[in-house]
Design a binder for this molecule. Structure first.
Ligand SMILES: Cc1cc2nc3c(=O)[nH]c(=O)nc-3n(C[C@H](O)[C@H](O)[C@H](O)COP(=O)(O)OP(=O)(O)OC[C@H]3O[C@@H](n4cnc5c(N)ncnc54)[C@H](O)[C@@H]3O)c2cc1C
Length: 336
């Protein structure tokens, strides 16, 4: 039987996860991962990488729950395996704190992380001016380790990697195309709903900090990783600047030092900026596009905003289902 040729475009955390998912599950597909940037030069490499879901307004909750559960199970298995250090995936505990008690104290995903409870008075006492908090044990996935590890896993599953910028889908001669170009979807598929939310962070040396601290508005956070601590951040809508901003850096250090005063003495190791590929809801769906006179299935997987590391594996599993459907339609005798 002829192999089905699949192109996955984009090699951030979404494209890498999707490519691995398809290559490992569908041996009758030959999968090529095409991108103009790879680790360490993607937005995903800038992400702190904490597994911390949100609720999107128009995606059925059951579907969001599956994304969260599939992703957590996948990353949790890596954290519990001999590959944890190479893959940069680890358990992380800490606090999310709120100045006002939120309307929804127990989010839908609270049962799908390792543990979730409300903070005690003693815990809250550390944070002046905060009235409520959640103590969470979740995961951290550091993409600077995870992406190279996933690329290796992809090649072992028979995948091929190609470095190339795609200006039009017409350039791709494949049976199925999977679009994981994030913010690039604005130009590649003309989606005006996708927009950047600029994020700036600093990596600092403070090995004595072992718990994460996240403010409920998602703006200020401290996430301890394997070799450094990520402190952030900013959320600037429709701001395309990739340059580091000194005023933002001062504001980040001031805000984070209020939460953990010992950060005033921490050495700054590096400073990074990334543009979150944001959208009201992530786009995970199939359409058919006329390419060089052929009707080609194009499956989209982008627009995860500030939650791409969290949801990458879950949305990739959805894409795998859509690819499987396409293959079944092309080769009814294969019946996957
Ligand atoms: C400061 C910051 C902190 C964050 N922290 C977290 C966090 O703690 N947890 C979390 O879950 N998420 C976090 N995020 C969000 C996360 O980084 C994104 O959701 C995620 O990186 C999106 O991944 P992606 O693969 O869609 O995009 P990208 O990583 O941007 O990858 C896009 C890929 O597409 C390729 N591409 C684009 N256009 C083309 C083209 N025309 N031709 C060929 N290739 C193309 C690029 O080269 C790249 O390989 C954070 C983001 C920022 C900026």
């Amino acid at each position: 039987m002829k192999r089905v040729r699949v192109a996955v475009v984009g090699a951030g955390v979404i494209g890498s996860s999707t490519a691995v998912c398809i290559a490992e599950a569908l041996p009758m597909c030959s999968v090529t991962l095409v991108a103009d940037k790879f680790s360490p030069d993607t937005t995903s490499d800038v992400a702190a990488g904490i597994f911390f879901p949100t609720e999107f307004p128009d995606v059925p909750l059951e579907r969001q729950r599956r994304w969260v559960m599939d992703s957590f199970d996948h990353l949790s298995a890596i954290a519990q395996s001999e590959h944890a250090a190479d893959a940069g995936v680890m358990l992380l505990s800490g606090w999310q704190i709120f100045k006002e008690v939120p309307a929804n104290k127990k989010p839908f995903w609270s049962n799908h992380v390792m543990s979730f409870r409300f903070m005690t008075e003693a815990e809250l006492k550390r944070f002046q001016g905060y009235k409520f908090g959640q103590a969470v044990t979740t995961l951290l996935c550091e993409c600077s380790s995870y992406l190279p590890w996933m690329e290796d896993r992809f090649r072992k599953a028979g995948g091929v990697v190609e470095s190339k910028k795609i200006s039009s889908l017409e350039e791709l001669n494949y049976d199925i195309i999977v679009n994981c170009v994030g913010l690039g979807s604005k130009t590649l598929v003309g989606d005006d709903e996708v927009y950047p939310i600029r994020g700036q962070i600093l990596k600092v040396e403070a090995p004595w900090l072992k718990h994460f601290i996240r403010c409920g508005d998602g703006l200020t956070y401290i996430f301890p990783g394997a070799r450094s601590i990520t402190v952030g951040g900013t959320r600037q809508q429709n701001d395309w600047r990739l340059e580091f901003d000194e005023d933002d850096a001062k504001s980040i250090l001031k805000r984070c030092s209020k939460l953990a005063p010992s950060l005033k003495r921490a050495k700054v190791l590096s400073q990074l900026v990334g543009l979150r590929p944001s959208r009201r809801n992530p786009r995970v769906e199939r359409e058919v596009v006329q390419i060089r006179g052929r009707r080609v299935p194009v499956i989209h997987n982008y627009g995860h905003g500030g939650w791409g590391v969290t949801l990458a594996w879950g949305t990739s599993v959805d894409v795998l289902g859509l690819v499987r459907q396409c293959v079944n339609e092309m080769q009814p005798q294969a019946k996957l």
